[in-house]
Ligand binder design. Structure first.
Ligand code: AMP
Ligand code: MG
Length: 321
């Protein structure tokens, strides 16, 4: 896998590879995406092979700008515009009725399509060159930890894709918020950096929907998971267990340093934004720590932590029960 520099020359090379139907991992403000020319079904098919992703899991198409929104969405409901104005480009994906132009392999043949306009300057510069959308799910093997730097992409996909554009670490660190505007009432399908509280002034949001709807792969119960067995526990449980035999063997991720000695410890940031940014790199590190088990002490069960707790719930099993 080639490492391409974040320069005009590197982006020219990335665009040329995408035009040739190759796969290129690209930085976005959320996590690294595995991009293919969204207008070429055979190029998009290669994403599913590289990731081992089941074909019935739809992808997000990243637009080069608003101009192509109407080509890819059959209809943009009135309620979408204030949200688009406020949050695009940014870490927000909109599910809209799909136009006939959307290749079935991109949206798994559904009548909706997930569209995003990323704020990352390198992806924007790449899409300016390409002048068409790329399909880009996270650049990791299916159900594994999402990559937040080029090194993570290399570790997981070397030999499987043509190149990665090295844009440094991702700013947000967890996948985009997915907002479904195709139904009777707007609904968040996947929580992210754009929270329900941020969207509420612009939309009449339905309560958090059924979390296991299969059309949202990010919603599988197990996802974003390290290789090692990974467990989650509430802070109160952790206090009771600190120092016991399991704790001493474990790689522990927590906001507060644990009372008892553990195998390996990663202190996590105390704000939701900081935690999200650090999360996947910390899981990658825990995986590589040599400990045979990972324990994650959950941040508080509060609205501001919803997206982080959602990812932790999918990365880790409950320790008790
Ligand atoms: P990933 O980048 O691997 O997290 O995958 C892209 C995300 O977009 C997944 O969670 C998809 O389910 C979601 N997505 C793509 N298309 C649709 C759609 N038509 N309806 C609902 N969710 C979608
Ligand atoms: Mg993913």
């Amino acid at each position: 896998m080639k490492s391409l520099s974040p320069t005009p020359d590197g982006l020219d090379q990335a665009a040329a590879l995408l035009r040739a139907g190759e796969l290129v991992a690209v930085p976005t403000e959320t996590v690294y995406g595995l991009a293919a020319d969204a207008t070429r079904p055979e190029a998009v098919a290669a994403i599913f092979r590289a990731k081992n992703r089941p074909a019935d899991h739809p992808l997000i198409a990243h637009l080069p700008g608003l101009e192509q929104l109407h080509e890819w969405a059959a209809r943009v409901p009135d309620c979408a515009w204030p949200v688009i104005e406020q949050f695009w480009p940014g870490p927000l994906t909109l599910v809209l009725p799909a136009s006939d132009k959307v290749p079935a392999i991109v949206n798994a043949g559904q009548d909706t399509v997930a569209l995003r306009w990323s704020s990352h300057p390198l992806l924007q510069a790449l899409l300016d060159r390409l002048r068409r959308p790329v399909a880009a799910p996270s650049a990791n093997p299916f159900c594994r930890i999402s990559p937040t730097c080029a090194e993570h992409v290399r570790a997981h996909l070397a030999g499987r894709i043509a190149a990665v554009v090295d844009g440094g670490p991702c700013e947000v660190g967890i996948e985009s918020t997915i907002l479904d505007l195709s139904g009777a009432r707007p609904a968040i399908l996947r929580p992210g950096a754009i929270t329900a509280a941020m969207l509420a002034p612009y939309l009449d949001l339905a309560e958090a929907g059924a979390p296991d709807a299969p059309r949202v792969p990010g919603n599988l119960a197990s996802h974003y998971a390290p290789r090692q067995p990974c467990y989650r526990l509430e802070a109160a449980e952790a206090q009771e267990l600190a120092g016991d035999a399991g704790w001493r063997r474990a790689a522990v991720l927590a906001i507060e340093p644990p009372a008892g000695r553990c195998g390996w410890f990663k202190r996590m940031p105390s704000t939701p934004e900081g935690y999200a940014r650090a999360l996947y790199a910390a899981l990658h590190e825990a995986d590589a720590s040599g400990c045979r088990v990972v324990w994650i002490v959950l941040p508080p069960d509060e609205e501001a932590w919803r997206a982080v707790r959602d990812r932790l719930r999918r990365a880790a099993r409950p320790l008790s029960g």
